[in-house]
Design a protein around this ligand. Structure first.
Ligand code: AMP
Ligand code: ZN
Length: 484
């Protein structure tokens, strides 16, 4: 299947090193990503993480792997329950619109659909089974109120992912532990006994040890086990999830299956806004929805979210967004010039060489721990080099350059989105409208040569035409640049 030379290296949080990526089955790379808690609109920080998931997904496919990619939706936890209770709605009613709005925004940002979006509430049986297994294996204990906790002292590897030394600070936590019914403050809930509020919003289920609901960490263990398998090739999340969420997932999953849970962990650094941590209390929470309502193009937002390596800080700024918008315009215009240039003949060796250099640089950058910043740099260096060459290059060399741009689009998703975003440009739309009318007239006059030439011109600009009995409809193709 895949090119034997391909050697993707990824930084594994667990080993704290760059490692060659070697999936168990290259035809079915199993990926689980911690998805949004659907209690409100997602913010731009969440979307840094989701766009990164998309980058991982696209890059693996671009490299030739078969991928099974699962991202969950957390629809039952403390936050969803509290928010649903405030609105007097049951969980399902309350969370559904947020799931929908997050999917809409994800689509708008060119995040390709993953294979599956399991919701926690659909996996309660699997969660109960998992808790039972942990009880049977002596890794969990019940308390009098009907809750179940994981017993960390029975799992010696606890702390390996986050590097936390659990012996330190345990003394102080004894006090805190007394407030709960746990044996140790570090023990975490697998199953939480029902409270009145939970019943009100429909967040309570029967289990052998009493009515209640799953703990958040348990949800991800159960869903990844059910939908990806006992051992995942990749598990993704934001850096805030390393501890305790992912540490707890490891304890539960490995405790239950006795097998390694995850081969490679990738964690995305948090995004900041204008240099500050984003938080409700600072009043600087930015959403994709708001930005789009301001008329900022999704392509510029996506470009900005991709502009830093996932383990580096990303500072989301207005100035950066403007620069991103300019970068997208350059990219789309360049692609247009390539497609619509009329140069003929065999010329274009210089262009071909520039394409070859860029191809190598781009690929090397992506293989190097998904260094998208470097990959984008190679793309823009290429455009600078190629710009003066286009007009002297024949169609074969230009087709080569177009193929390269399309292949970068497979990974970055910027060109197609940039074209789609142009729909908001009224001048361009008027131009397309005029050309479409002109073509209709040519057809009516049976001037097929003229009509075909106009079709070619429109297609080179990313316009798709559909001739019907009541005239011609047009749409932006959005699917990379038409080869003209
Ligand atoms: P949540 O909806 O809070 O469960 O978060 C969904 C995902 O977004 C998780 O993977 C978080 O780690 C991630 N996330 C939350 N805040 C940020 C941020 N400021 N920057 C990047 N990722 C974030
Ligand atoms: Zn999770």
């Amino acid at each position: 299947m895949t090119d034997p030379d391909m050697s993707l290296r990824l930084h594994n949080t667990l080993s704290r090193r760059l490692e060659p990526f070697e999936p168990l089955d290259p035809d079915r790379v199993g990926v689980y990503a911690c998805g949004p808690t659907i209690y409100g609109h997602a913010h731009i920080g969440n979307f840094r993480t989701f766009v990164f998931y998309d980058l991982v997904h696209r890059t693996l496919e671009w490299l030739g792997y078969g991928v099974h990619f699962v991202m969950n939706l957390t629809d039952v936890d403390d936050k969803t329950i509290a928010a649903a209770a405030r609105e007097g709605l049951n969980l399902e009613r309350y969370t559904a619109p947020f799931a929908e709005s997050i999917m809409e925004e994800a689509d708008a940002l060119g995040i390709r659909r993953f294979d599956l979006y399991p919701r926690a509430t659909a996996y309660i049986d699997r969660m109960i089974e998992l808790v039972q297994t942990l009880l049977d294996r002596g890794l969990a204990y019940r308390t009098d109120d009907g809750s179940v906790y994981f017993d960390i002292s029975a799992f010696p590897d606890y702390g390996a992912l986050s590097g936390k030394d659990l012996e330190q600070g345990r003394q102080g936590e004894r006090v805190a532990a007394d407030e709960y019914e746990k044996d140790d403050a570090r023990d975490f809930a697998l199953w939480k006994a029902s409270k009145a509020g939970d019943e009100d919003v429909g967040a309570a289920w029967d289990a052998p040890w009493g009515r209640g609901r799953p703990g958040w960490h348990l949800e991800c263990s159960a869903m990844s086990l059910a939908e990806v398998g006992e051992t995942l090739d990749l598990h993704l999340g934001g850096e805030d999830l390393i501890f305790p969420h992912h540490e707890d997932e490891i304890a539960q999953s490995e405790g239950a299956t006795g097998r390694p849970f995850v081969r490679t962990w990738l964690h995305v650094r948090h995004l900041r806004v204008e240099g500050e941590k984003m938080s409700k209390s600072l009043g600087n929470v930015v959403t994709v929805r708001e930005l789009m309502e301001e008329g900022i193009s999704p392509a510029a937002i996506r470009h900005q979210l991709l502009s830093a390596h996932y383990r580096s800080e990303l500072n989301f700024t207005r100035e950066g967004l403007e620069a991103s918008a300019r970068a997208i315009t350059r990219l789309v215009d360049f692609a247009d010039r390539l497609a619509s240039s009329a140069a003929e003949g065999p010329g274009g060796d210089d262009l071909r060489e520039a394409v070859e250099r860029a191809r190598i640089r781009f690929r090397e950058a992506m293989l190097d721990d998904l260094n998208v910043q470097e990959a984008m740099a190679s793309l823009f260096i290429f455009m600078r080099e190629a710009n003066p060459l286009v007009q002297h290059s024949g169609s074969a060399a230009r087709a080569d350059a177009i193929a390269f741009l399309e292949s970068t689009n497979e990974v970055l998703g910027l060109l197609a989105l940039g074209r789609e975003s142009r729909v908001v440009d009224p001048e361009l739309e008027a131009w397309v409208e005029a050309r479409v009318r002109e073509r209709d007239e040519a057809r009516a006059a049976r001037d097929w040569e003229r009509a075909d030439a106009l079709r070619d011109e429109l297609e080179a600009r990313g316009v798709r035409l559909e001739d019907g009995p009541s005239g011609t409809r047009w749409t932006w193709s959005g699917a990379g640049i038409a080869a003209g």
